[in-house]
Design a protein around this ligand. Structure first.
Ligand SMILES: Cc1ncc(COP(=O)(O)O)c(C=O)c1O
Length: 479
């Protein structure tokens, strides 16, 4: 295995048995030593240190953290890499605050992760929304087209940056190279939320990594698809358009002042593992997935979201490591199937929606995992009746923004009956899930069309998220 940097140093320090009169309070794990069978009574806690001589400082790295970040930057082909200990969420927020000033505009996909919206709120930015393509057949959001981005830039020439989610939760990838060209043609900055694509550089069979496709800032949840600990992410920069000092300032401001060394070392370990063996392991994984796909194609009624979609709905590529099964003709909703797999077969999927189940597959999965899933699906199939699952076409229009997100977040709100809210300004999100595209965001005008549409969703028992009142009898509006 290629060398890792942080863990080696932490292990050496632990061996010194230094008497601790500093934080953390568990004192290198000593606080748990009296509890013989306690799971925290282990070697790992001795590595959970803080900034002392020899451990460097994430917020002003000069030594091992700097070296580890540089190694990661080299591996991921970035100019600069920043370790994130508050997930991609802080990366998205900090990137947005680094590239635009309060009251400046950024182009944002309407189905972006909530951290992008939170970045707009915290930074006082004005989002200009663009819609992804949506397939009625699949009822999920698909790609964003380069023409859509160009049109939005031409209509809002003063925008500072464009945010792209790449890939989306279902592994769907827009034509990022074409989008990067458009964004740079107008001298704007491309921020890519690559939360689900940290593994892309491990195989040519996978979609092109955002950083290699021309993105200026890329944020990856290393913890989602590579073997780092939960919350450990990376932010990469490859650009002369980005003010690195300002980005550093925002990261310092938004991240904890007590960064976890376990999280940081897990980022370094993840890099070391995939740098040494990632390509071989990814090859094995892709072979296992190919075999799974071959076998699953023999089960009548299960459709796989696969590369046949490329070229439609703004889709340039699809991540093979994300297995998305459409269960409509199988006779069971994705949501029920997820529960059944967990309750009766000991298999936990990443997520499900009314039609699909989604599996996140990584180099941590082996052939046996896929066999187990296959066997479970075959045995469930035998138990099911076929029935159709209903979906409703999406509402295409984006409501009028009356108040920018930041102002809306801080306004006083009051609850009123939803059915009587036409003409009011929403204080909440209403998001049918799937596809996860908000019908309304705080600060936008509620119309009768929206009320009628949401009532229809409710009637059809479609999952709606974002509001305080789950049943949406009442909605919070801005006073
Ligand atoms: C597209 C996308 N971006 C960002 C995030 C946030 O990532 P993290 O959990 O690393 O903060 C998620 C989390 O699910 C996500 O799906």
């Amino acid at each position: 295995m290629k060398s890792s940097i942080i863990l080696k140093r932490l292990t050496a320090l632990a061996k010194e048995n230094i008497v601790s009169f500093h934080v953390p309070g568990h004192k290198n794990g000593k606080a748990y030593r009296g509890y013989k069978d306690h799971i925290f009574n282990n070697a790992l806690l001795a590595l959970d240190v803080t900034e002392i001589p020899g451990t460097d400082n994430l917020h002003a790295p000069e030594d091992m953290i700097k070296k580890a970040q540089e190694r990661a930057a080299k591996f991921f082909k970035a100019d600069h890499t920043f370790f994130l200990i508050n997930g991609t969420s802080t990366g998205n927020i900090s990137a947005l605050m680094a590239v635009a000033n309060p009251n400046e505009k950024v182009i944002v996909p309407r189905d972006c992760h909530k951290s992008v919206m939170n970045g707009c709120i915290l930074g006082g930015l004005i989002p200009v929304y663009i819609n992804p393509k949506v397939s009625k057949e699949h009822n999920i959001s698909m790609g964003i087209e380069a023409e859509t981005v160009e049109k939005a830039i031409l209509e809002n020439k003063e925008v500072r940056a464009v945010v792209l989610t790449y890939p989306n939760y279902y592994g769907i990838c827009s034509d990022i190279e074409a989008i990067a060209k458009v964004v740079h043609k107008y001298n704007k900055i491309l921020i890519v939320d690559e939360a689900h694509g940290a593994h892309f550089n491990l195989s040519k069979e996978l979609p092109i990594p955002a950083i290699e496709a021309g993105a200026d800032i890329v944020i990856q949840s290393t913890h989602k698809t590579l073997p780092s600990f939960t919350q450990a992410s990376m932010l990469h920069v490859k650009s002369e358009r980005v003010n690195i000092d300002r980005l550093r300032f925002m990261l310092r401001m938004n991240q904890s002042s007590s960064p976890s060394y376990l999280l940081m070392s897990s980022l370094d370990e993840a890099r070391a593992i995939v740098e040494s063996e990632g390509r071989v392991l990814m090859n094995e994984l892709l072979e296992n997935i190919n075999k799974f796909h071959e076998k699953i194609s023999n089960i009548k009624g299960i459709k796989v979201l696969d590369k046949s979609l490329i070229g439609r709905y703004g889709i340039k590529d699809i991540d093979r490591t994300r297995i998305v099964l459409d269960m409509t003709d199988f006779g069971i909703s994705g949501t029920s199937l997820e529960k059944l797999l967990r309750d009766e077969y000991g298999i936990q999927m990443e997520m499900s929606d009314i039609k699909h189940i989604v599996a996140v597959c990584t180099i941590g999965n082996d052939a046996k995992d896929f066999e187990k899933l296959l066997k479970a699906l075959i045995s469930i199939k035998k138990k099911r009746e076929v029935r159709k699952i209903e979906t409703i076409p999406l509402l295409a229009s984006i409501p009028k923004m009356c108040i920018p997100p930041r102002e809306a977040a801080f306004c006083n709100k009051r609850s009123i009956p939803f059915k009587q809210s036409s003409g009011k300004i929403s204080g909440e999100y209403i998001i049918p899930y799937p596809p996860g595209i908000p019908i309304i965001c705080p600060g936008e005008e509620i119309t009768q069309e929206i009320i009628d549409y949401v009532e229809l969703l409710k009637e059809k028992k479609i999952n709606i998220i974002g509001m305080d009142d789950d049943h949406l009898e009442n909605i919070k509006v801005i006073e």
